[in-house]
Design a protein around this ligand. Structure first.
Ligand SMILES: [Zn+2]
Length: 604
């Protein structure tokens, strides 16, 4: 393998038909030759390495080929590569082709020399072809010197100007040329060509490996071939996917599939560990973001048979995307892509780039796993999805259900004199600070106040109203609605304990659910029992997560939840800051005066 010939040169196409990925252009050129309709000058534009110069050379060779027989063989418009003219072309010894790299020969003198040669007709063959590469680099004076010749060249002269920057070509030149726009070559075409080269060279190469090289080459065949050459020598002729990943320092698909799986499972820790692994392997954050964005985009286009062709991957990766894509809703993918883009935009300006990405990943997990907002609030401090209203859930039930907790209390009392206000709030404070007996009262009144607290129908409705519905409408349920495995109370307990572990920080609810385990009712209703409205609202928020956990782990997607408020005098009470404030005001009404006079806001 040491003497591996540089493929980029060796496998440079020698005929129109072997030019990769530019069919439209080569066909047009062939037709022009066939119909004797040759322009004086051509402008080939497009990115580097996509076949501009190669096509120009084939064109020059073909129109000079001695075996080109348009009368008797009009359908073979290719150089024979055998005649004297073709052979001298192939050996770079033809006098009929002049190549000038305008990047290094851009002076007036260079152009003058060229113009002088134009006067001498070809000795062998019909045409003299001048290929001027990077023509936009010509100096203004050189352009001017060239213009006259370009306007009225002798009939045996053809110009082919090539450039990567068409916008820099002045209109007077553009208007004299027939313009061809060369496209980036797509990954599949490049990979196919690499496979062809590998076979010719007896090199072992995975399809995935070649696709990866093609992707890295970004549409340029020349780059793809030179990367391929390097890898052949690095790997001693056995180009595997893994080795390409290592050598090209490419972020593996595996990483992204692992991460997106965790989006659904809700496992924030795993995502952070995977991301850490990526950073430790020396990838920079933005590189990762670009890869993640591409991955999400690939998942999105794989969801539809119409767009799956937009995937520029090998067949096996494509299949993997296809199989994975149905796990995600379009809404989730769009939202995740949006988060990814925002992160990318803010990346440069961020002082803590790593945290920015981690935060974005956490948001995606929250989004994808159906972790309710209150949970995400606890785990992710700065989630934009968190809503003021959610804070209410952590507080005890207030007099008014619909408004943020602090508001009504302050408003009502502000109008009144402190003495009266204490009187009014008295029973309310008792109700909340004195445990047992009054608690029962509270529970019953709240049931009365909110009859929707009970019953299956209501819990489904609550789910419909959930904010999550907008983002991830039960994506994990798709296609599984009819699965309903049987399970025992013991199975249920095990899964329920996992959930309990997750809500340990909420001591009150944890204690309640620990003593009142979830039970199966009517074959498909999971009955959950809590002590009061506050606990119920917290549980309502987490219900989505819980039901997902139960449905998936127990493999029963017909399960529904029903949360009941039961009376129990011995429950553990957590005193909330709001209650503490009320109690303090009760003891010392001056506190409220102080608050009002100084116009202070309560922070709960
Ligand atoms: Zn020939």
């Amino acid at each position: 393998m040491e003497n591996f010939i540089v493929s980029a040169r060796k496998y440079r196409p020698a005929t129109f038909d072997t030019v990769v990925g530019q069919k439209a252009i080569t066909n047009t050129l062939k037709n022009a030759i066939k119909n004797h309709y040759l322009a004086q000058a051509y402008l080939f534009t497009g990115p580097r390495g996509v076949g501009k110069t190669t096509s120009a050379r084939i064109f020059a060779k073909t129109i000079n080929c001695l075996n080109l027989d348009l009368e008797n063989n009009p359908d073979v418009i290719e150089p024979c590569n055998e005649c004297e003219s073709c052979l001298s072309f192939n050996q770079n010894a033809s006098f009929n082709i002049m190549e000038l790299d305008a990047a290094s020969n851009n002076s007036v003198d260079d152009i003058r020399r060229l113009v002088e040669q134009v006067r001498i007709p070809p000795q062998v063959g019909k045409y003299k072809v001048y290929i001027i590469d990077e023509v936009h680099m010509l100096s203004q004076a050189a352009f001017n010197a060239f213009l006259k010749t370009l306007e009225e060249p002798p009939p045996y002269v053809k110009f082919i100007l090539a450039t990567t920057e068409k916008h820099k070509i002045i209109p007077t030149i553009l208007s004299r040329c027939q313009v061809f726009d060369f496209k980036r070559i797509n990954v599949v075409d490049i990979a196919k060509y690499l496979a062809f080269v590998a076979e010719k060279e007896n090199v072992q190469a995975d399809e995935e490996a070649l696709h990866l090289i093609a992707q890295k080459a970004d549409g340029a065949m020349r780059d793809a071939l030179s990367i391929f050459d390097q890898l052949v020598s690095f790997t001693s002729g056995n180009v595997t996917y893994q080795k390409v990943v290592e050598n090209l320092h490419v972020l593996d698909y595996d990483y992204f599939f692992k991460i997106s799986d965790q989006f659904l499972s809700g496992d924030i820790s795993s995502v952070l560990v995977i991301f850490n692994d990526i950073i430790e392997r020396g990838f920079d954050g933005q590189h990762f973001l670009i890869g993640l964005g591409e991955h999400l985009r690939n998942l999105l286009v794989s969801r539809d048979a119409k767009t799956i062709d937009l995937l520029e991957t090998s067949a096996s990766i494509r299949k993997r995307y296809y199989n994975n894509s149905n796990k995600f809703s379009s809404a989730f993918l769009l939202k995740a892509l949006d988060l990814n883009t925002q992160c990318d935009v803010n990346y440069k300006a961020s002082n803590n780039k790593r945290l920015l990405i981690e935060l974005t990943l956490m948001q995606m997990v929250a989004l994808g796993s159906g972790i309710s907002e209150s949970v995400s609030k606890e785990q992710i401090p700065a989630l934009p999805v968190q809503k003021k209203a959610k804070e209410r859930i952590a507080s005890p039930p207030s007099i008014e259900e619909k408004k943020p907790y602090a508001a009504p209390v302050i408003k009502e009392k502000a109008k009144e004199d402190p003495v009266v206000s204490t009187k009014i709030s008295e029973p309310e404070i008792k109700e909340q600070t004195v445990p047992s007996q009054t608690k029962v009262e509270e529970s019953t009144t709240s049931v009365k106040r909110m009859p929707k607290g009970i019953g299956l129908g209501v819990s489904i409705k609550a789910e419909e109203n959930s904010k999550l519905e907008d983002v991830n409408p039960d994506a994990y349920m798709i296609g599984k609605e009819d699965i309903a495995d049987e399970f025992t109370q013991d199975d249920l307990d095990k899964v329920f304990n996992i959930f309990l572990d997750r809500i340990k920080h909420n001591q009150g609810l944890y204690a309640t659910l620990k003593t009142n385990k979830a039970v199966l009712r009517d074959g498909f209703i999971i009955e959950l029992r809590v002590h009061n409205d506050a606990q119920k609202s917290v549980l309502d928020e987490k219900k989505f997560e819980l039901m997902k956990l139960l449905r998936v782990r127990l493999n029963n997607y017909k399960l529904k939840s029903d949360i009941k408020i039961i009376e129990n005098g011995n429950s553990v009470r957590i005193i909330q800051p709001a209650e503490r404030y009320k109690a303090m005001v009760e003891k010392n009404p001056n506190l409220k005066k102080l608050k009002d006079n100084l116009n202070l806001e309560l922070e709960f």
